[in-house]
Design a protein around this ligand. Structure first.
Ligand code: URA
Length: 484
């Protein structure tokens, strides 16, 4: 006789464990139980012949190794319909005297480990690839910000992964919909449901931000298509706005590498020295009128106020209209800025310019400069690795920044990152304590503090990066309103 048992089969260990205890107490052999779930052809209905009502599981003591409980917790989330039979077989064998969990080559253990691994990968991908979209609050309403997202996991992991999102996104309300159940958080209660959701249309303007970000960090010289598709498997592409860029980025990678080779720091020595030499021998232009930005820039060309100038190619002075209303201050020029002699023209500059454009700020209307005017780096092989300027160097270079401010007379100064904040205030405050709100300065100007775009590009965790990019754009929006 075959015993049959139907489960919802949505990753709930208790559901299977209670049934398994019942069968075990009645001594039912694994090979005569058929486990079904709501995904099987006849689902939870029309499937109860020969069904043995399991005894009250509370009366069946069950002692199994913790390693099995842990493994079973992952395996029940797998979408393979054979998972419950596998787990029951393992349980039965464990309770009949086998040290099964210690036999790493046992086919059941191998199969269960493989399922658990696949569930773990699915969990990890979900934490990386969920893209939240903000839902506007109803007109005039105040309250917590609300976000929604759609994800298509391979397995029934929604209840398993929901606490991760609760921890990560505690201060916003969110809803994650999937075809295998959904989760929501309202600041107090984390709810999960098994019911499959319908895919909503979540396209909006933040998709462009993702594309901007992705094309900023895409490095054609490091392209390894196999690795990339392992990290970001193709099955996720359809729900990732940035993925539509991938085919053309791959197709153009070779040409981009050749182009990069022409300008990059791959030949720093001869290249760098040639520019340095040319800069030193450049005909001296007619002396600009004293007390102008042009005169200050000319003077800064020969700056030796600290030692950074020794290795740098040239001084990278601020640029923009001499009467700009808004001044942006970064940290120091990077590799590409050092070679070009202009601020924010490398990858961080691209993210900066693209975000400005997205919120409708014309970069040409801004005065863009840095706290430190020379590139500080450490040579490593053929590469020049950015080094943070120290406090003494920032203080020395403040001499130039103060004069830039005095001449341009901006009404609003935006400090991007902690170095700019320190240069402008001489205080070592935590960026987060002062970020995102206008601050009145002693001289009557307004200061606004935000993150540095290079910091955003370096965040390794995709989820956090997404959050931070959204915050950066919000800051830019506030700046745009303040400037207006
Ligand atoms: N980072 C900066 O702070 N400034 C630049 O000009 C480029 C990168």
């Amino acid at each position: 006789m075959i015993y049959r048992y139907s489960l919802r089969g949505r990753g709930d260990l208790t559901e299977w464990r209670d049934a398994a205890r019942g069968f075990l107490a009645a001594g039912i052999l694994p090979n005569i139980i058929e486990w079904r779930t709501m995904d099987d052809a006849d689902g939870l209905f029309g499937f109860d012949d020969n069904r043995l009502p399991p005894p009250d599981p509370a009366h069946v003591p069950l002692s199994v190794p913790a390693s099995f409980v842990k493994l079973a917790g992952a395996v029940v989330c797998h979408s393979d319909p054979t998972r419950f039979a596998l787990l029951y077989r393992m349980l039965f064998r464990i309770l009949h005297g086998r040290h099964l969990m210690q036999v790493a080559t046992d086919p059941d253990v191998v199969a269960a480990q493989r399922m658990a691994k696949s569930v773990g990968r699915d969990y990890h991908k979900m934490t990386a690839f969920v893209r939240f979209k903000e839902l506007p609050l109803p007109e005039g309403a105040v309250g917590r910000r609300r976000f929604i997202s759609w994800f298509e996991p391979d397995h029934f992991i929604i209840a398993r992964v929901a606490p991760f999102f609760q921890r990560r996104f505690t201060d916003m309300d969110w809803l994650i919909l999937t075809p295998k159940g959904s989760a929501s958080w309202d600041g107090e209660t984390l709810r999960t449901t098994d019911d499959p959701a319908e895919k909503p249309d979540l396209r909006d303007e933040t998709d462009e931000l993702w594309r901007t970000y992705y094309s900023s960090i895409f490095n054609p010289a490091r392209l390894k298509v196999k690795m990339m598709t392992k990290e970001m498997p193709k099955k996720y592409w359809k729900n990732l706005p940035e993925a539509e860029l991938i085919p053309s980025l791959i197709a153009n990678a070779e040409a981009s590498v050749i182009e990069m080779g022409k300008k990059a720091a791959s030949e720093p020595l001869p290249f760098h020295h040639r520019i340095q030499e040319a800069a030193a021998n450049a005909p001296v232009p007619p002396r600009p009128a004293a007390g102008t930005l042009a005169a200050l820039k000319e003077e800064a060309r020969g700056c030796t106020r600290c030692d950074i100038y020794c290795r740098a190619t040239q001084t990278v002075f601020g640029e923009g209209p001499p009467d700009a209303k808004v001044m942006f201050v970064g940290e120091q020029p990077g590799d590409q800025e050092d070679l070009a002699g202009r601020p924010f023209v490398g990858p961080a500059g691209k993210l900066f310019s693209d975000t400005l454009a997205e919120v409708g700020i014309d970069r040409h209307s801004l005065f863009v400069t840095n706290a430190v005017k020379h590139f500080k780096y450490e040579p490593r092989g053929k590469r020049r690795i950015h080094q943070k300027p120290n406090m003494g160097e920032v203080r020395q270079c403040r001499w130039w920044l103060e004069q830039e401010i005095e001449l341009v007379k901006p009404k609003l100064i935006v400090a991007m990152g902690a170095t700019a904040l320190f240069s402008l205030t001489d205080m070592r405050q935590k960026l987060e304590d002062v970020r995102g709100e206008p601050i009145a300065m002693e001289d009557g100007r307004i200061m606004f503090v935000t993150a540095h775009p290079s910091y955003l590009l370096r965040i390794p965790d995709e989820g956090r990066k997404a959050e931070e990019l959204i915050r950066f754009r919000e800051d830019m929006n506030k700046i745009s309103r303040l400037a207006a």
